[in-house]
Design a protein around this ligand. Sequence first.
Ligand code: FE
Length: 215
Amino acid sequence: MTSRHPNPPADAMAPLRDFVIAATALAGQPMEEADRVAALRPLLSRLIADDGWLPAYCAQPHPDHYCQYLLHCDPLERFSVVSFVWGPGQCTPVHDHTVWGLIGMLRGAETGQHFRRDPAAGLVPEGQAQRLDPGDIELVSPATGDIHQVANAHADRSSISIHVYGANIGAVARHVFDRATGAARPFVSGYSAASVPNLWDRSAAVRSTLAEGRP
Ligand code: FE
């Protein structure tokens, strides 16, 4: 991991912009979900290997609940990128996504427990809880397991993961589940901020080419 920049460089957004450009190119190519997810994994891996690009406001926890900051939404809503910020000890309800999603750990650690619905027993844990540490990536998908619960693995500090979904996830009609009965309730997550980071101010790089007298 590279360390966080105390003062972000002029083009601090370059890693996220590069990811968005590559993900947009992939989104334009018809492919099976498994192939798309496989192609996105190394891109997300590269993005979360650098801890200097996430704007401070997208890393801000809330004392009462976890936050989800939209970093980018594809104009055709084919994918979105979100930073999830967990305050100490915070967790999600049990929920689904209805679309594929990749979860990449940036800072701290989180635990994820998958579930399946059982008509008689309600929600049944599927396998062991998985811990994600920085650099780790997990998949959720209706094709492979879409219901889970995620929690900050730390009780004394924030954790942050970067998520990529196959839709504008904040506007997707999905579900939260009663842990005991398995009963589903409609859910739309929305986002924690009204703005998105500016990925597109490349002026410093262009200005430097002017200063050097290059065309
Ligand atoms: Fe989730």
